[in-house]
Ligand binder design. Sequence first.
Ligand code: HAM
Length: 426
Amino acid sequence: MSTSSFSRLPGFRDFPPDAMARRTHIFESWRRVSRRYGFQEYDGPPLEPLELYVEKSGEEIVQQLYAFTDKGGREVALRPEMTPSLARILGDRSRSMHKPIRWFSIPQLFRYERQQRGRLREHFQWNVDIVGEAGVAADAEVLAVALDGLRDLGLTAEDVRARVSDRRLLTRILEALGVDESRRSAAYAVIDKFEREPRARSLERLEREAGMGPEARDTLVEVLEAGGLDVVRDRFGGRDDVGEALEPLEAYLATLEAVGLGAFVDVDLRIVRGLAYYTGIVFEIFDRQGELRAVCGGGRYDRLLELVGGESLPAVGFGMGDVVLGELLEEKGLWPDLTPRLDYYLVVVTEEERETALALARRLRDRGKSVTYSLRPQNVGKQMKAAAREGAQAVLILGPDELAQGKVRLRDMESGEERDVELGAL
Ligand code: HAM
């Protein structure tokens, strides 16, 4: 059997060193920015009880689960998202913890999705969550973390924007338009797909599935398409319930303005988010051109912890995926030079010098330097080529004449300059 008969599963990735270097570049940025905001890293198991996702995450994600019965007869699933695990992990611990809890994680997640641009069957997702703070300052803080994560990688307000909404506000608007609680999730589902489905189909579904009359439907569509809050104030200004629901979103926007991130943020009530557990402000971050899928999504979910059996705590957070982010960095030419670097490559002129080279390598490595050398006899030319290929900053040439004087020849690979240095000085 040829090895090529073992191909990679569709939707999964290999990470040879160049791809791994890009992944590490992203992860390092995520960790750096998380710490800048005082978040602590956590993780959990990749396999969880199936029950954790059923009903809590919502239908769409449940249909995409990698789920099976394990040998002990347990119904289990590979984690498709981190938020239910976070709720479960905090369930046993949060009572004894100081609030707010600021935690982040970079799990690998698995969803059996139809493969398309930006969507794979596994991805890594930066999760940042604040638990135990109900005020909008926490909502603004997590969006600031997400945006700073993107800024840290070189993206600007010209490249990306956050589209924000508030489920409470949308609910009040739907109520004002005569959509009662029993039809709310049907209306959410249509709004969630509004941009991806033909307009006529959305209109028809709003009528049939959400029970909206033509006038109410047209007002809703006007509000959705206008963006911003002016149309909302204009159409529903007389209603206290809508006015009240506007306040948190207005305070949120003011906070983001105050931290200098206002240019990234647009109000857009078409953002409802596919996941079932969100209860308040929600957001998604997209490339400005609108060519790619969302790079990040999140929001407030004040019921989930209780639902999973833990302490009843308000929570807000986001997930940012590495796949769309990688595409965005590629498109904007924002990958830095990630070629591997080596401090020293040791070249031996004859095999007589190998023992000295090994001792020298030991001393340099003990001082934290990266060092390599040919593992078998090779002529000097080949060793020099290998040094260049491996990204050596400097080559140390060990020859019999120099060693006799207690010296080695150091070649600076960038400038090409060579000089003798005392072996003891290295
Ligand atoms: P989500 O919107 O399902 O949210 O995923 C967040 C991000 O992960 C997406 O915007 C996308 O960039 C990336 N992503 C999701 N699925 C895939 C996929 N199949 N392939 C590649 N990338 C993908 C959540 O998962 C929430 N649990 C986030 C959250 C945390 N909310 C509160 N805290």
